[in-house]
Write a protein that binds this ligand. Sequence first.
Ligand code: BGC
Length: 735
Amino acid sequence: MRQYRRIDSFVMNDFVIHSMENSVTELLTELTIAEKVSLTHGSVDPDGRSTGYVRGVERLDVPALRMVDGPLGVRIPGESSTAFPAPLALAATFDDALAVEFGEALGRETRGKDQDVLLAPGVNLIRTPRNGRNFEYFSEDPVHAGAFAAAVVEGIQTMDVIATPKHYVANNQETDRASIDVQVGERALRELYLPAFEAAVDAGAGSVMTAYNTVNGTRMSDHDRLVNQVLKGEFDFDGYTVSDWFGTESATGAANGGLDVEMPGVPMAEMVAPEENTAETAAEGSDVPDAGPNEGLDDAEIPEVVGDGMPDPSTCERFAETLANAVRSGEVPESRLDDMAGRVLGQMDRIGLLDDGDRVEGAIDTPGHRDLAERVAARGTVLLENDGVLPLSDDTDVAVIGPNVDEAILGGGGSSETSPIVETSPTDGITARADGAVTVRRGLPRVEGVSLLDLFAGGPDESEPDGAVEIEAAADAAAAADVALVFARDVATEALDRESLSLPDRQDELIEAVADANDRTVVVLNTSGPVETPWRENVAAVVENWYPGQAHGDAIAAVLYGDRDPAGRLPVTFAPAGTYPTADERRFPGVDGTVHYDEGIFVGYRHFDRAATEPTYPFGHGRSYADFEYVEASVDVATATVTVENVTDRDGHEVLQVYVRPPAIDGVERPERALAGFAAREIPAGERVTVDIDLDERAFARYDETDGWTVDPGEYVVEIGRSARDISLERSLER
Ligand code: BGC
């Protein structure tokens, strides 16, 4: 890949103007104001495929820039691509090398669809377990989220595709996401919400998407301090920022605040399907038939249930209409417009769009991608409990039970929805793998997922339930089998948060009935994040299998039968709903249009440690079919060297986790422990491995509003173990 030569950024008129390649600088001198403006906003895609489309400048041979969703696979409505597991499942592998591979595959598919920009990864921190988009994100911990953000960005961009980490910043809920004001302190921003974006920028992200919400009173698309000063200034981001779709308010405010590209750039009403393209449009001489991706969406149709979970396109001021005049009148300096267009051209140049250079070849649905989708789904599977029922022996007679066992759970609703070419359901996967008898009973009507696009098209699905309540029949099948496997799912979507952490419909009742009928009951959860598990003491095993994507059936069968070790660990704490730091309405979903991040830095395990509350399953938890002994460790400020032994006669995967416990200092609030590093390793039966784990300096530091990142002198305890609540070795370190 060509190197993008950088000269240091400089500040002019309060804007961080980034350095440019000579070719880009030359190009800019030739562009008219109107042409430069056309590079800063979306237009209608003549092919009707891209999610976002920046028209090129034909006169100067600048091609269009095509953007496409999203984090679970490439989404072009009406087309197929590999449906990868949810990013939360990927993060559960704690294997960032696998995340680079995942990014490469996403990038390859983006190129395979002849697109240039992938609107992924989603890197917002998991603050509340009810966020409808948690499945698209990575973690409740900033070091963990940052590692995955960087790895996925790196992978995507090796394919000559621009990655777009999103949504910058503090977009941690869907309820009212378009209007909510997030009141958050500087320390929490720095320690929790910004690090994954900073890591993505350090990994070279070419673009960053701004969030819909306001932060401390300012819309993120206009946020001079967080965009100009922090992202472009402190983090030295030299790519372009892009608004979330219809996420801008004032064109001048956005341009001066640091937004480079406004999306989608055209009114909702113009985004119609090709066949709906009207005669008038044609008569007006438009050579652009339409934009298909938002087919069926127009201003009148924002479903009531979504409310301010979606922005109001009519209040969005478009660059196409006002930016040129704002530049001519001096409201937006022309140097700023040059910077905006230059940042876009710079990224186009970096991926080879501005010359006839070789770009990496893309491909869709390759055997390698199918295999990767299966591997990630299996590797991210977390064995939460197991009394020995798992792994299943080949000849076990199983009852496969659950309202959705005949379908692969591909993901949640919204812009990340994918449509695969092949998929396997749990029933398919288990039937193919089992040597014993397989009986299938759904037990309940299908739990329907929410498709945001369907919601827009006609409101919530009120159709007849698919299936009947047959809990007794399910329990009978369970009683007749050696082992009952119950699959349960939640429902999550962009634009809405989950109403509760309970499994929807009567799935808890189904699980209880099956568990009463067979004490060798295994519950497999296909969820977007934590759910409550009131039946957990009555079942023999609990497995968190997330949203596994197209390879659902094959992957879960491989884990249940022990062909693959359950290698996943929890990237989010599982606990009763009332015990999370966001259990209070003021903190989530907020009151009177404002959500108060009063918990500060105490999110996720940091909160549970401080509250001295025992979570149901702690951050980092997960069991292998093997057992491991932590033999020895030595640490210095940058590295922990840990020796672990597999003390069983089967191969297994371990995730070595290193936390730092800071010294207690009067008047200084610190979390009890913070994740500093981790390593996922396959350890053969009976063998020992010694692993060097890089420690993130931030785990030792706190953010001081006056002094910035500060490491207080004192004794730090480096804790090494299997989860935030299962520490095997401790070593001290003076700082
Ligand atoms: C979502 C983004 C997505 C965009 C384009 C927005 O509603 O928040 O994540 O990339 O739509 O589909």
